[in-house]
Design a protein around this ligand. Structure first.
Ligand code: ADP
Length: 429
């Protein structure tokens, strides 16, 4: 435990832990980090909140072997979920009542145009996050619930919002605007916001580090390929283009989302197929992408089926990779000079066949993958292009929680060192 003497001479605990919360509609993921060395003290997940089959998985990481504890049975709501997580942490001597806890960092999906930086949450900030619910109806309500719940648990602590959209607010206007009537767009805040920004920021910085250069010196294309997937073009550390738009539906083929389609498909489904707006929403967000094309959204299963000669799985894979290639080409043109193409997230970090197929045939763009390097499995950032390649191809594991903890701690530390009072306890419950 780190301590510092107070004016009175007694020892006060220096708060250097950050709790990171990622609250989804029916789940809460949490990590407790020690910012002395940025290590994890514990990680956990509460899923299926509100159902009879709720489950909490908690792994303390302070001892030798990390052993996951499991709780099953109904966890009624987010407040109960966080309370259960707090109990698990307390059982490991990591209770949230500890004076070592400096702040709670929240992943907030939509920050609109206003939030370009991590922000200490006040009543006014929370009101603004609520105002963005119409453009993020699936995500922001859960994030708000998480913030209110955490605030009730530790009203004295600073709560920080780290926005998925923030990294993309540097996009030039000509990249962010849709070519639709300006008045209509502005009246309804319709524009391209982009998501996964915390990951794109972290991975593009790490990629520069891997190249031994400063972020300001390199242009990078980041391919975040998880269940949700997005690409970004990052020039000298600033995002200049990204594939997700008003919502996380635009862009690449994803696990269950279509990505780019002709918007007239939606009118057609309504007028000709007689589907309602909600049904179309579910179709494009939940029943499309890889799952819509072949019935599976896990790339491991799709590759297994391809190996067995399954043609639908093969076509789904080809459509997925074709879209990726289009974005790599488009973003090469946007950036002019590319120093690295970087794969990250579940598929990007683990699927050598996706990486190989996405880069195949792009030699004219200076892109080549070395089969041997691509086959290596590792949790570390690494190059998979041969030495002679003009453009580096890399795999960089993403770490959104670490990025949220870093940003949260920096903000709280900054505010404190500048002698400002970090606002706390201003959130209505
Ligand atoms: P998200 O955070 O968006 O839910 P992840 O980044 O965890 O998603 O990615 C999940 C996806 O990663 C899975 O659906 C699966 O397709 C893919 N994936 C995970 N592990 C592997 C693997 N070993 N090989 C291929 N694909 C994998």
């Amino acid at each position: 435990m780190t301590t510092t003497p107070t004016k009175e001479g007694s020892a006060a605990v220096q708060a250097r832990r950050v709790l990171v919360l990622n609250s989804g509609s029916s789940s809460v993921k949490y990590q407790l980090l020690d910012m002395n060395d940025r290590s994890r003290l514990a990680i956990g997940l509460v899923e299926r909140i509100g159902e009879e089959t709720s489950r909490l998985l908690h792994t303390p990481l302070t001892g030798g072997d990390a052993e996951t504890r499991e709780r099953t049975g109904r966890i009624a709501d987010h407040a109960a979920a966080l309370k259960a997580a707090a109990e698990e942490l307390a059982a490991d001597g990591l209770g949230l009542d500890s004076p070592e806890l400096a702040a709670i960092g929240h992943r907030v999906v939509h920050g609109g145009l206003r939030f370009t930086e991590p922000t200490v949450i006040t009543d006014e900030v929370l009101t603004e996050i609520e105002r963005l619910v119409p453009v993020a109806p699936l995500h922001n309500p859960a994030n708000i619930t998480g913030i209110r719940t955490a605030e009730a648990l530790r009203p004295d602590l600073p709560q920080v919002a780290v926005f998925d959209t923030a990294f993309h607010t540097t996009m030039p206007e000509y990249a962010a605007r849709y070519a639709i009537d300006v008045e209509t767009a502005d009246a309804h805040r319709i524009r391209r916001y982009g998501f996964h920004g915390t990951s794109h920021a972290y991975v593009s910085r790490k990629a520069a580090e891997l190249l031994g250069r400063a972020p300001e010196e390199v242009n990078v294309i980041v391919l975040h390929l998880g269940n949700g997937a997005s690409a970004s073009a990052v020039a000298a550390g600033r995002c200049v283009e990204t594939s997700m738009g008003l919502t996380p539906l635009e862009g690449l083929v994803m696990g269950t989302r279509s990505g780019d389609i002709d918007p007239a498909v939606t009118f057609h489904l309504k007028r000709v197929a007689g589907m309602s707006t909600d049904e179309i929403d579910v179709l494009l967000n939940k029943k499309s992408g890889l799952v819509g094309l072949c019935g599976d959204n896990d790339m491991r299963e799709i590759r297994r089926r391809i190996d067995e000669g399954d043609e639908r799985a093969a076509l789904a894979f080809d459509i997925y990779v074709h879209r990726l290639k289009k974005y790599i080409g488009a973003y090469s043109a946007v950036l002019g000079r590319v120093d690295a193409v970087v794969f990250t997230a579940g598929v990007g970090e683990n699927s050598a066949p996706v990486r190989e197929a996405a880069i195949a045939g792009l030699e004219e763009l200076g892109l080549v993958v070395d089969a041997g390097l691509n086959a290596v499995r590792s949790g570390e950032p690494r190059l998979i292009s041969p030495n002679y390649a003009r453009v580096a191809v890399a795999v960089v594991p993403t770490d959104e929680e670490l990025e949220i903890a870093d940003q949260t701690f920096a903000l709280v530390g900054q505010a404190e060192s500048a002698g400002q009072q970090v606002p706390v306890g201003q959130v209505d419950n």
